[in-house]
Design a protein around this ligand. Structure first.
Ligand code: AGP
Length: 612
């Protein structure tokens, strides 16, 4: 999705802006650009459709030099991807503005500005904001005030950054509904939609809150809140290191992130387990007070995070004995929801900035839930700040658009939450099942490491898929969401149409699709449902379907004509969804590599979906 970088410094900021844009490429975009107040005090810009490299080429041909600038990667919403629609947008060649989000009332504002004599050169909603700020600046003579007044007229979501030729020492930025951070340097300041964009220049960040507006100069940053009052926002130190944004020796971020899973699962467990139980402080003291009051759980998320929620439902109902509902945020937020008393509202999100999930949380806060808890990977994110409680995953920055390590760490954290709920409701000091699961969790990093050693064998399997157009994923029970996650991974990075079914549903329709051209992938750990799954696999074989099965050796599923089987290490059946995710990630990765797609930035997709 769109990305913003801005800088005010004594040095030339062109390279900083360009590097920032490159670091935002992972978010997905279709055009890019930057604007600088140059050494002669003139506003200049370079924009291009396509990759940031195109902007870089233009800068090589016509370099720019100056200490104040804004830059942007655009993911088209209003108006096609083109140079004219790329940001920054200018007003009267003296003001430049970049914007993430959507301005819902752009049409009436556009008509009003056209009537005032402003000529539009793009189809974007953003250009409306540039002219509006310019118009107000003409009256106010103060850039901060002009932006503040303009924001009062905007409906929708935004993060934006503005510069004006008359103020070569000042960058004004604001957020409502889209993330924005200030980077604090020594005698220089920056802003960006994601701290990763600025790690080359600073590791100190101020996370702006909803409705904040900030004015940045060389030595100072002033923040005012939505009510117009001056506020101090804390400066946080970045703790993930800079190498997270590098691929290292891996060909793609996705492969690096798949292989990081043993370490990040271990990091997510660290300090949260004793020998036989989940430590009470693992979720914080406020959670310990809240969890015994919970009678029901409502989980809300999108995409991969939704699949994590679906697995959690099986766990919460089985282990904690509490009813649990799971729904995608984009549906939940527009439903007439009936809230049962004492329901805990749980959101799951890697980024903590997904627009639908955030909107659902904001609704839930007014709807009579017992409290809200975010399972999230980004500490300063909107979701974490706006929830009563948070349970952080420790995946580190995830760059590949296809979510991998975020998912398995979400599952790990959700199992901790489930065990904490179990303890809160079944108050026995000694719980043999909890002790067994704690032991199994401790072994999970090692088992994940072993499972990843199937990489070469899975790379071979992938060859069977490269020419296929469809695939079917099957699982039962808590493995059904894993089948869904496998299908999502395959479609998003290899563009092969893939569907997931609970295997028992096969004979109710999808079996009609099965023939030699429809590979069927099944996840078969040893659990209560494996014998039923085996019967479903027979139904596929009898129709000439090619089967690919990831199985526990004790299921006695062995390779035979028409059925390839890869064995995973033995794992506790409760934890099997976490382990069985790994081969499906590797399979989709290798198929995508064989097909030559853009693995880390698949077409049409964005890493963090900050618009509705
Ligand atoms: C999955 O690979 C995608 N990246 C996508 O489905 C993602 O999980 C979804 O957009 C939710 O994002 P979030 O976890 O950051 O809220």
């Amino acid at each position: 999705m769109c990305g913003i970088v801005g800088a005010v410094a004594e040095r030339n900021v062109t390279g900083i802006l360009l590097e920032g844009l490159k670091r935002l490429e992972y978010r997905g975009y279709d055009s890019a650009g930057l604007a600088i107040i140059d050494d002669q005090g003139q506003l200049q810009r370079r924009r291009a459709q396509g990759k940031v490299a195109e902007v870089e080429k233009r800068l090589d041909e016509q370099p720019l030099k100056g200490g104040l600038g804004v830059a942007h990667t655009r993911w088209a919403t209003h108006g096609k991807p083109s140079e004219a629609n790329a940001h920054p947008h200018f007003s009267s060649d003296e003001l430049a503005l970049v914007h993430n989000g959507i301005i819902e009332n752009h049409e009436p504002l556009r008509r009003q500005l056209q009537a005032a004599g402003y000529a539009f050169t793009s189809e974007t909603d953003t250009e409306v904001v540039a002219h509006l700020v310019h118009q107000l600046y003409q009256q106010a003579g103060d850039l901060t005030l002009a932006v503040q007044q303009a924001l009062q007229q905007l409906e929708g979501a935004y993060a934006l950054a503005v510069i004006h030729q008359q103020h070569p020492d000042r960058l004004v930025c604001a957020r409502k509904g889209s993330p924005l951070v200030i980077g604090v340097g020594i005698g220089e300041h920056f802003c960006a939609s994601d701290p990763l964009a600025l790690l080359q220049v600073t590791d100190r960040f101020v996370y702006l809150e909803e409705g904040d507006l900030a004015t940045l100069t060389l030595n100072e940053h002033h923040v005012i809140n939505a009510a117009g009052a001056a506020v101090e926002r804390p400066v946080s130190q970045w703790e993930h290191g800079n190498q997270a944004a590098e691929k290292g020796s891996y060909r793609h971020f996705m492969l690096k992130e798949i292989h990081e899973q043993p370490a990040v699962i271990a990091a997510t467990l660290e300090g949260r387990l004793s020998d036989r139980r989940v430590l009470p402080q693992a979720l914080g003291s406020a959670a310990m007070e809240l969890l015994p009051k919970v009678r029901q759980v409502q989980i809300i998320a999108c995409g991969t995070s939704f699949h994590a929620g679906m697995v959690a439902r099986y766990w919460i109902e089985r282990l904690a004995g509490l009813p649990c509902q799971v729904e995608v945020a984009s549906e939940y937020r527009y439903r007439d929801v009936v809230v049962t008393p004492d329901t805990l509202f749980v959101t799951i999100s890697q980024s903590g900035e997904t627009a639908d999930t955030l909107a659902a949380l904001r609704f839930a806060r007014t709807a009579g839930y017992l409290g809200s808890l975010a399972v999230c990977n980004v500490p300063g994110s909107s979701l974490v700040r706006e929830s009563d409680l948070s349970l952080m995953t420790q995946a580190g920055p995830e760059i590949g658009v296809a979510s991998t390590k975020a998912f398995t760490t979400q599952l790990t954290a959700l199992l901790l939450l489930t065990l904490a709920l179990r303890r809160a409701h079944h108050k026995t000091e000694e719980d043999a099942l909890e002790a067994e699961l704690v032991q199994a969790l401790r072994e999970l990093p090692r088992l994940s490491e072993q499972t990843l050693q199937l990489d070469a064998a899975i790379e071979q399997l992938a060859e069977d898929f490269a020419e296929k157009h469809h695939a079917l994923f099957l699982g039962r029970g808590s493995q059904y969401p894993i089948a869904m996650e496998g299908a999502l991974k395959l479609k998003e990075i290899s563009y092969i149409h893939a569907e997931a079914y609970p295997a028992g549903e096969l004979k109710h329709g999808p079996l009609a699709l099965v023939d030699k051209d429809m590979p069927v992938i099944a996840v078969a750990p040893r659990d209560d449902l494996v014998d039923k799954l085996k019967s479903n696999l027979q139904e596929v074989r009898a129709r000439g379907g090619e089967l690919y099965v990831f199985a526990d050796p004790e299921t006695l599923l062995e390779p035979e004509p028409g059925m390839k089987v890869l064995h995973l290490p033995k794992v506790h059946d409760i934890l099997a969804p976490i382990l069985y995710t790994l081969p499906l990630q590797l399979l989709s990765y290798h198929v995508a590599v064989l097909k030559g797609t853009d693995v880390d930035q698949p077409r049409n997709l964005a890493k963090s979906v900050t618009v509705e």
